[in-house]
Design a protein around this ligand. Structure first.
Ligand SMILES: [Zn+2]
Ligand SMILES: [Zn+2]
Length: 670
């Protein structure tokens, strides 16, 4: 018999190594990577395994570095253990919840009598630094359920996970075996802490760089996300393979905070969310209203040019419509409850006339279908494209409502296209071109597409139609030259979908436009057209919203531009700044010229000094400042000052007007 071996795979190259009964994965990989530097765990036949586990003969093993996505998750989760240990060191009464890795970091939840204060978090972070330096080993130990219950007598939440609660959704349980990870002091060999967890973890806390982690913040959270459960305190942390990783992440967060549209909405006087109206229901102020009107005007003109017809529908409807559409079956959770009206009772309180339930609409499609159905349709009318700025209301849980990007009342730039199966391909291809052109005009130019295909367990319509529709979407997407990310099984039951994902100025991805094919609603509404051969046929329906919603789009643009909108969108495009009071009249004349050319211009004739006026205009992120003093006045010129502080002096008025109007017309950023 040959000596037992394992196959070590490094950068795609495979080599065989002998193994003994007491050889660990760490031993095997350590022969190839000196000191196991930066190795978080081993990937053994595709599965992540702790480095101190015994090597299994004939398996394929790869090192997983802390800089690899999987290794980084292990690093972050291991850091969550360190945080939990630090919390229990500092707050011995804290009971442990769950502690998974998340995007860019990790969290851990605790049941504590009082929420953590910033000082508490600083103490915890300091204690974590000490634990990292101690170099505690993470040691895996298999236990039975009975042992786990005994060992976790003081950890009620963890104990509840040992049964069915939580299932495979949490890090703690759900592996093949139930395991505890003991933290063992490297020198004394003494167990200093431990946690129920399915692992894996980094071999020692030394692998977590002490200069590349942070305790970020804490917030309240319900146990396992269920509002019926106990409220715990969740502490978020972040950890990176090195100091530079942490630094660039913190810079990114700072940049994101500066761009937070909720803050900019207040600073720039664009929109607000009055408590009196309710969560997720924004109002647009005059300045935000300008942005919104410009966007809507732009969109209307574009749609008109692309052959869309404009329709209007009410915000509420009797329930029957949403029974026909199926919304009350599969979307009721996302709808506001019914308004019961028109009921009449006699003096005794008996119902004399039954009332009716009305609903706020969560979507516009059923209304458009009714318009389609009001009369017979001929193939000659197809594709029929109905467009509406449709205001819809969706009941979002209060916890997920977020600024303009997740609201309860919104206006979609919604359209439904009714076409024949034969027209589907051309329609989709031109639609995708239309979307990308529109997004590019708003300065979003870095995209990829996601294609959501059929969930084999949940769909309506016949297979061949799905196949055709999905492959058509895929072809159209590929022809666009953009990266196409498959989302298998991600489609809604009624048809496949393409969504356009846009990256903003700091690399964040936002889902923007969606193009959705639908085989279900035409059937439910019994939509038909007369084909050229006289037969009755069912049209295909395409749902598409390009902004998504106007509100959300404004939120995304505000963050993308950090409030410094390009001139065509800027609420105020030009501010005239007189050097002294005697230059005001001159600038008023310049402003009149600009206004006549359709430019949104103001002259700051306040008592403030010139420098203060410049600062105010800068704070309002106005794209053009036109300054005029004696020299400018004498020469019939103005001086440009831009948002970056650069200046161009002595520009003749005609040229200045031409420059401003060209930037607006070209939708150029300045
Ligand atoms: Zn763990
Ligand atoms: Zn729709």
């Amino acid at each position: 018999m040959s000596t037992p071996q394992v196959y070590v795979v490094i950068d795609g190259h495979q080599q065989a190594r002998d193994v003994d009964t007491d050889t660990t994965w760490g031993d095997v990989l350590g022969e190839v990577i000196p000191g196991l530097r930066g190795v978080a765990v081993a990937r053994v036949d595709g599965e992540l395994v702790d480095l101190d586990q015994p090597a299994r003969a004939w398996a394929r093993v790869e090192p997983v570095m802390i800089s690899d996505p999987d290794g980084l998750r292990v690093l972050r989760h291991s850091c969550a253990h360190v945080m939990a240990q630090a919390v229990q060191d500092e707050f011995p009464e804290a009971k442990l919840g769950i502690g998974p890795p998340i995007e860019n970091g990790f969290y851990y939840e605790f049941d504590v009598p009082e929420p953590f204060t910033p000082d508490d978090l600083a103490r915890i972070e300091k204690r974590m630094g000490q634990i990292l330096k101690q170099g505690q080993r993470f040691v895996r130990r298999v236990i039975t359920e009975a042992e786990a219950r005994e060992e976790l007598a003081d950890e009620p939440y963890k104990a509840r996970l040992v049964g069915s609660e939580g299932g495979a959704e949490v890090m703690e349980v759900g592996g093949k075996e139930l395991t505890v990870y003991d933290n063992v002091d490297l020198r004394s060999g003494e167990r200093v802490w431990g946690d129920l967890c399915r692992g894996p973890h980094v071999p020692t806390t030394r692998l977590i760089p002490a200069n590349a982690f942070r305790v970020m913040r804490s917030s309240a959270a319900y146990w396992l996300g269920n509002q019926a459960n106990e409220q715990l305190q969740r502490i978020y942390g972040t950890a990176w393979p090195d100091k530079d990783g942490l630094r660039s992440y913190l810079t990114f967060l700072e940049e994101a905070a500066k761009r937070d549209h909720r803050r900019l909405g207040v600073d720039l006087d664009l929109f607000s969310f009055p408590d009196e109206i309710g969560s997720g229901l924004p109002v647009f102020h005059p300045k935000g209203g300008v942005i919104r009107r410009v966007m809507e005007d732009y969109s209307r003109a574009k749609h008109e040019a692309a052959g869309y017809e404009f329709v209007y529908s009410p915000h509420i409807t009797k329930e029957h419509l949403f029974e026909v559409s199926g919304h009350l079956d599969w979307y009721a959770d996302g709808m506001y409850p019914a308004m019961h009206i028109d009921e009449e009772r006699d003096a005794e309180g008996n119902v004399r006339r039954a009332g009716a339930d009305y609903y706020l609409k969560p979507m516009n499609c059923p209304f458009h279908n009714l318009i389609f159905r009001t009369r017979g349709r001929s193939y000659r009318e197809l594709p029929l494209r109905m467009f509406e700025f449709g205001s819809v209301y969706r009941y979002e849980k209060s916890g997920v409502v977020h600024g303009l990007t997740r609201v309860r009342g919104m206006t979609q730039d919604d359209a439904h296209i009714y076409c024949t199966k034969e027209q589907m391909r051309d329609e989709l291809a031109s639609l995708l071109g239309f979307v990308l052109e529109l997004l590019a005009d708003f300065g979003l130019e870095d995209f990829y597409l996601e294609l959501s295909s059929k969930n084999p367990d949940k769909f309506v319509g016949d297979d061949s139609l799905w196949e055709e529709a999905t492959s058509t979407l895929a072809e159209v997407a590929e022809a666009s030259g953009l990266t196409l990310v498959p989302d298998p099984g991600g489609a809604a039951f009624y048809g496949p979908k393409i969504s356009v994902q846009a990256r903003d100025a700091i690399g964040r991805t936002w889902q923007m436009s969606t193009i959705q094919l639908d085989f279900n609603l035409p059937q439910r509404f019994e939509l038909e057209y007369q084909a050229s051969d006289g037969t009755r046929q069912r049209p295909v329906m395409i749902h598409r919203a390009l902004f998504g919603s106007v509100e959300r789009f404004i939120g995304v643009l505000t963050e993308h531009y950090a409030g410094a909108f390009p001139p065509w969108l800027a609420p105020v495009q030009v501010v005239g700044i007189p050097v002294t009071e005697r230059h005001v009249d001159y600038l008023d004349e310049v402003a009149a010229r600009l206004r006549a050319a359709g430019v949104r211009v103001e002259v700051d004739s306040s008592d403030d000094r010139m420098q203060k006026k410049i600062r105010n205009a800068q704070r309002a992120k106005v794209p053009f400042m036109l300054i005029a003093g004696d020299d400018d006045m004498g020469a019939g010129a103005v001086s440009f000052r831009f948002r970056d502080g650069s200046q161009r002096n002595g520009v003749p008025i005609d040229e200045a007007v031409a420059e401003v109007t060209a930037a607006i017309a070209e939708r150029r950023q300045v």
